[in-house]
Design a protein around this ligand. Structure first.
Ligand SMILES: Cc1cc2nc3c(=O)[nH]c(=O)nc-3n(C[C@H](O)[C@H](O)[C@H](O)COP(=O)(O)OP(=O)(O)OC[C@H]3O[C@@H](n4cnc5c(N)ncnc54)[C@H](O)[C@@H]3O)c2cc1C
Length: 429
């Protein structure tokens, strides 16, 4: 096991907008080593791939990286599950699972995030019938605040498990996760450009349900959606024909980056060329770094039935957003039963904003955006930037009291709490 006081790369998040306050960084290699660290610590958080944009992963004392937890994945072919160690990223999982003939139901735009860190914040991809990534979790093992190891499963602990999965790092240090898997499948991806907003509004349901996963990229300008990414699931290895147009949008003649002016080299294969699920579901390739972290991100989730109205509300402040906005993405997420998921018991639409890296400017804009989306009870992404008042965020989660009780049961002294969790989950603390 290694313990360091300094690892410059790990003293801040991926985007570099959050400096961490941990005084120690531990790299345990076994659960026993982790148990010892957790038992001794007063304040502790895990860092995954550090891709959150806010302070959710920060702590004042002990940071733990589980990247040396590198035990191989364990497949249960009969139950259709895979158990992974907490050091694994989606990119690593995708490759290994595919070689074994299996897949997971969905992936986020970037495969570089850790499975556990992504599930902890309800990270999602797109698709009307696809729940967020945490909905695939069937069981988890964690080290709780007193150092004990606890296992919770969907089947055996229905009173706690739905709270622990999107656990925001507040319940315990997750060491293993068991995920539902499906037989591997092939996909193709194509991009259409310049969808008139009028077409989208008239055919919203048809557009968003037209493929296994659909993403809309827009700068909210000129009455059009800049790009539509369709990820289609294929019955075989043979690709489907590409229509030259899609609801008055036209097929992109060359591969596209969501920001059209940038090279599409970091992006997953487009142009309808068939390929494995894990090389089409993310927008970005596992062997490329899509950007240097030179951006900030925000996302709000609104109930699906309000999608068109919410998009109109955002478009109405487009002029104010324009100087700071790189691009927005709109995706759909199926309803789930995970207490702290923004799509708890409601199908949702995620309205995402990639911003230029200028927090003072973005910080001024967010209240405006949040005011526009307040009538739709918009919930912020747990891993991205927002300025909503803690009381407002808390009011949006009906299962919050149960979640507080669950966290308290496993962490009575608040070892896993930090300023972010104290504010948004536990009130004034
Ligand atoms: C370029 C980019 C693209 C993105 N695309 C998407 C997207 O498509 N969809 C989407 O929804 N989000 C997206 N995100 C947000 C991202 O998926 C989330 O922020 C996610 O939580 C990051 O995972 P991570 O491994 O970096 O976790 P971290 O940021 O390292 O940690 C997240 C939280 O999980 C906790 N945690 C991590 N590991 C453990 C553990 N073992 N036990 C207990 N707690 C743990 C941490 O303490 C922290 O509270 C994107 C972010 C970036 C930077």
């Amino acid at each position: 096991m290694t313990t360091t006081h300094q690892d410059p790369a790990k003293q801040h998040n991926w985007a570099g907008n959050i400096a961490f306050h941990a005084t120690r960084l531990h790299y345990p290699e076994t659960v026993e080593q982790l148990q010892e660290i957790v038992s001794r610590s007063h304040k502790l958080k895990v860092i995954g791939a550090r891709h959150c944009f806010n302070e959710i992963a920060d702590t004042t004392e002990d940071h733990v990286s589980l990247e040396k937890f590198d035990q191989p994945l364990v497949l249960d072919r009969a139950r259709r599950t895979v158990t992974i160690n907490a050091g694994m990223t989606y990119g690593q999982l995708g490759l290994q699972l595919h070689q074994e003939g299996f897949a997971i139901h969905n992936m986020a735009s970037l495969p570089h995030v850790s499975v556990v860190g992504a599930c902890a914040t309800a990270t999602h991809g797109s698709g009307d019938n696809n729940g967020n990534l945490a909905t695939a979790v069937a069981a988890l093992e964690m080290v709780i605040a007193n150092g004990d190891v606890v296992t919770l499963s969907r089947e055996q602990h229905p009173d706690q498990f739905p709270g622990a999965v999107v656990g925001l790092g507040a319940v315990g240090v997750i060491t293993k996760m068991t995920l539902d898997i499906v037989p591997l499948f092939m996909m193709q991806q194509e991009v259409y450009e310049n969808l008139p907003v009028a077409q989208l509004e008239e055919h919203f349901e048809a557009v968003l349900s037209s493929a296994y996963s659909v993403s809309l990229f827009t700068d909210w300008q000129q009455g059009r959606v800049n790009q539509i990414w369709l990820k289609r699931r294929l019955p075989s290895e043979v690709g489907l024909a590409l229509a030259p147009s899609f609801f008055e949008a036209t097929l992109a003649p060359v591969p596209r980056h969501p920001l059209t002016r940038l090279s599409a080299d970091p992006c997953t294969v487009q142009m309808g060329i068939p390929g494995p699920w894990h090389e089409r579901l993310p927008h970005f390739r596992v062997d490329h770094t899509p950007a240097s972290g030179d951006e900030l991100q925000t996302e709000y989730f609104v109930p699906r039935q309000h999608a068109v109205a919410a998009m109109r509300a955002v478009a109405s402040v487009q002029a104010q957003l324009e100087p700071s906005l790189l691009i927005s993405e709109v995706r759909t997420i199926a309803a789930d039963t995970l207490w702290m998921s923004p799509s708890y018991q409601q199908a949702a639409v995620g309205l995402h904003f990639s911003w230029k890296k200028d927090w003072p400017a973005v910080q001024k804009l967010l209240p405006l955006l949040e005011e526009q989306l307040a009538p739709f009870d918009a919930r912020p992404h747990w891993g991205k930037l927002f300025t909503m008042a803690p009381a407002r965020v808390q009011a949006l989660y009906q299962k919050l009291p149960d979640f507080q009780n669950l966290a308290h049961a496993y962490d009575p002294q608040g070892k896993f709490r930090n300023a972010f969790l104290d504010a948004y989950i536990f009130g004034a603390g």
